[in-house]
Write a protein that binds this ligand. Sequence first.
Ligand code: TMP
Length: 210
Amino acid sequence: MSLFITFEGIEGSGKSTQILLLAEKLKALNHAVIVTREPGGCPLADQIRHLLLQPDQGPMAPAAELFLYLAARAQHMQEIILPALEKNFIVLCDRFSDATTAYQGFARGIDPTFIGSLNHFATSGHRPDLTLLFELPAEEGLRRSRRRSHHAGTEIDRLERESLDFHRRVREGYLRLAAGEPDRFRTFDATLTVEEISAAVAAAVIPLLS
Ligand code: TMP
């Protein structure tokens, strides 16, 4: 049985850790799982990711940013996600169309309804079966992601450099999306321990597979 699950949240919400933990648990139960991410997930989209995230290229026009995320998504959908779902894989995707609505819509200021139409076009109308939202205050998320970059010796990317207010609007956008589609979204308290969150995620997902 195929299942398309997306992981969403602000920077530092721990979703990338949780996606790997869920993948391990599902594989241990003998499910065929693919872990992927946006922007990226295939060679063309990885190149677009590089364009989007490198910090020192001067200001990017909001429309250019929006269309680059959508271009990456269209390619990723056609090349990776749809073929995997057709082969009955469980696809776990680190960010997807809700990220565009939260970041380019609610935070950047482009009409979320317009973004909805563009997302529909980029995905040929395919939507996640389930979306897991990892929720924490923007201050804490940014602190965590900056600490992580510092420890890894990596540069803070272009989006992480946005203001605290920008990241607060992203968070608010996600909460509004989750409130608008309670059947698709499950929200997790990302201030709990990694183990507690992982157990809650498994409890939300595994019953859907039986
Ligand atoms: P990541 O840090 O989760 O890999 O995501 C890369 C950045 O891109 C992150 O700051 C969120 C942002 N983003 C958008 O602004 N719009 C989108 O559609 C997606 C998928 C990500």
